[in-house]
Design a protein around this ligand. Structure first.
Ligand code: SF4
Ligand code: SF4
Length: 204
């Protein structure tokens, strides 16, 4: 029937409006900012960069523990081009102890970011995730909305607080990759030792 959808919508609105006088379940608004509701796990606002404290012996050194290796995939894929990265000229160990480049500069202009999450989806290193922080209004256009790598850096513990299920899955994936990399390194070391022993045996 023509207009059926509109009638259903109006009926739902009326049910919530009148029902809110009798049932708190029908109250769909709160008195913000005095009252607040915790963001849903699926909420996403702007990206942040994850750092691991385990890389730095448990200390909260955001720079040493940063997962980002400055591969610049997110910068290339970001639709409105609001990510700006400068790759380092030297390397530092990543979560697996492998020497990697790192971002000497990593800025995101959150006044341009459209919260599409594409940067998160394309990152091969689980280094960039979506934050749930939304109270970001400022009168300082450049100092306030162009975030640098230190402002973007947040710990893996913080990631667990805002997206617990997702962060658990990421930790499990990274742990499995580490186990695989350790096994590969061990088998390469064993093969090299066996080859050296064989060469030494031939020379004797
Ligand atoms: S969320 Fe989208 S627009 Fe924002 S930085 Fe990531 S890719 Fe760019
Ligand atoms: S956040 Fe991820 S995709 Fe972007 S530069 Fe760093 S490692 Fe690469």
């Amino acid at each position: 029937m023509l207009g059926e959808g509109i009638l259903k919508g109006l009926a739902e609105t009326a049910k919530n409006f009148f029902g809110s006088y009798y049932s708190t379940e029908r109250l769909t608004t709160i008195e913000y900012p005095e009252q607040r509701i915790a963001p849903f796990e699926s909420a996403r606002v702007f990206p942040f960069l994850v750092y691991d404290s385990k890389n730095t012996g448990g200390s909260a050194d955001w720079e040493a523990g940063m997962r980002c290796v400055a591969c610049q995939i997110c910068e290339k894929e970001c639709p409105p081009k609001c990510i700006f990265i400068e790759k380092s000229t030297d390397k530092k160990p990543d979560a697996l102890g492998k020497p990697q480049f790192y971002p000497a500069k990593f800025d995101i202009d959150i006044s341009v970011c459209m919260s599409c999450q594409i940067c998160v989806e394309v990152c091969p290193f689980e280094a960039i995730k979506m934050d749930t922080e939304f109270e970001l209004s400022t009168t300082d256009r450049f100092g306030g909305l162009l975030l640098d790598r230190q402002q973007l850096a947040k710990s893996n513990e913080y990631y667990h607080q805002i997206h617990p299920a997702e962060a658990d899955a990421v930790d499990a994936k990274l742990e499995a990759e580490k186990v695989k990399a350790d096994a590969k390194a061990r088998s390469a070391a064993d093969a090299a030792a066996a080859k050296a022993a064989a060469i030494a045996g031939e020379g004797a």
